[in-house]
Design a protein around this ligand. Structure first.
Ligand code: SF4
Ligand code: SF4
Length: 201
């Protein structure tokens, strides 16, 4: 039974002599190749040269620190809930006395991992985060030989402490984005509101 109309009848007609020699097909292919030799190059010599990217390009993530250098992420898990690719996993831990300079809130992500092979760079984790902790940047994820090396942990995700390693996310942290995060009814906002309510009681 035919379920779709996508199937095509295959022709079994015998090939002519010229088709069997493949010469016309080879010449046609060569003529296409030659015609491209005189056109403007569309390839660039990456990594020596980089193609300009849009200011809102969504590349490798960064876990931001606050102005005092403490990690902003509080391991609430909203980014993982919002992630359609289930690329984010984390384990939370409680902040101990004396660790206030390391972690901004009482709870922090002891382990935070993103599988870059699963990630589709949609940016929903960034939109879901109520702590302005995770942002996508214009950095490109490195090529690796092993699949396991694409699972990025905190060592690769957390912004470095010194000023030279700070990552500017101002193009993504606009007033419009802040307003959008307050829109009632968005799934992650509702989850956050419920979570806040629970914490209060
Ligand atoms: S960018 Fe999208 S797919 Fe990638 S980790 Fe964030 S929510 Fe998941
Ligand atoms: S939503 Fe933000 S604060 Fe919550 S776990 Fe994700 S990065 Fe951390």
């Amino acid at each position: 039974m035919q379920l779709t109309n996508r199937s095509k009848m295959v022709s079994n007609k015998e090939q002519s002599l010229s088709e069997r020699l493949y010469l016309p097909a080879i010449l046609k292919g060569m003529s296409i190749t030659m015609s491209h030799l005189f056109k403007k190059k569309v390839t660039i010599d990456f990594p020596e040269k980089e193609r300009p990217r849009a200011p809102v390009y969504r590349g490798q993530h960064v876990l931001k620190r606050d102005e005092k250098g403490a990690e902003r992420c509080t391991a609430c898990g909203l980014c993982a809930v919002a992630c359609p690719a289930e690329a984010i996993t984390m384990e939370s831990a409680e902040r101990k006395k004396g660790e206030e300079h390391l972690y901004r809130e009482e709870k922090y992500a002891r382990i935070y991992e993103i599988n870059m092979l699963r990630c589709i760079f949609c940016g929903l984790c960034e939109e879901a985060c109520p702590k302005e902790a995770i942002f996508l940047t214009d950095r490109i994820v490195d090529a690796e030989y092993e699949r396991g090396d694409f699972v990025y942990g905190k060592d690769k995700l957390v912004e470095s402490k010194d000023n030279t390693g700070k990552i500017d996310v101002s193009t993504r942290q606009t007033a419009e984005v802040a307003e959008f995060k307050k829109v009632p009814g968005l799934k992650h906002n509702t989850l956050f509101e419920n979570k806040q309510l629970k914490e209060k009681h």
